[in-house]
Design a protein around this ligand. Structure first.
Ligand code: PCA
Length: 197
């Protein structure tokens, strides 16, 4: 059993990106074989970097994390859209408007049973979302799912958007660091439970 966790560096107007510390913390606290990968928030290379990593280590589970300032809850993204379009540049200065990511369908769905996840977790600060945006998070997610689908791989792949973290940013809404760890630990537990059935 191998797990790949990905996070992002700081981007846009943000002072930090808690996802980069979150993936380290999760690796430290868990007993599974976990690899972490930090992405630089770039349209061109991030998707390719993750796909290369998946090819190299052949994980059973891929969970990617991104910051979604403004959200109230930890959100599991059900789908990734084949759209690359944002008002801000990525960290390499690239601005994309109304482009496609790949030649595939308009959307790919997570390979994780997210309806079951929502039901079994039943937490008020956790929700299923049907829109990961059209910036780099969605881009990476689409490319992960495209690779998995085209190659018929049995990989549980999901994307989780997190709110601001209270201890790291004076922003509202925000979540407490320990609560974030708790929810993400539970998500991993549930995916493992489901995977082992
Ligand atoms: N959030 C951005 C990109 C990197 C991140 O952490 C997004 O939601 O697309």
């Amino acid at each position: 059993m191998k797990i790949l966790l990905t996070g992002f560096s700081t981007f846009g107007p943000h002072e930090n990106n808690p996802t980069s510390i979150l993936i380290q913390e999760l690796r430290n606290r868990r007993n599974e074989n976990i690899e972490i990968l930090q992405l630089d928030v770039g349209y061109e290379q991030d998707g390719k970097t993750v796909v290369e990593k998946i090819k190299e280590i052949e994980p059973d589970i891929v969970l990617s994390f991104g910051l979604a300032g403004g959200r109230y809850k930890v959100c599991f993204e059900a789908i990734a859209l084949n759209v690359r379009s944002s008002l801000i540049t990525d960290n390499q200065g690239m601005l994309c408007s109304h482009q496609k990511i790949g030649n595939g369908p308009l959307a790919y769905e997570s390979t994780i049973n997210y309806k079951e996840l929502e039901k079994s977790l039943s937490l008020e600060d956790f929700a299923i979302s049907y829109h990961a945006g059209t910036f780099v998070c969605n881009d990476v997610y689409y490319q992960e799912l495209e690779y998995i689908n085209l190659n018929h791989l049995n990989i549980q792949c999901g994307f989780i958007h997190i709110p601001y973290v209270e201890e790291f940013a004076k922003q509202i809404p925000s979540i407490k660091w320990e609560r974030l760890i708790d929810i993400t630990m539970r998500i991993i537990d549930k995916i493992l439970e489901e995977y082992n059935v």
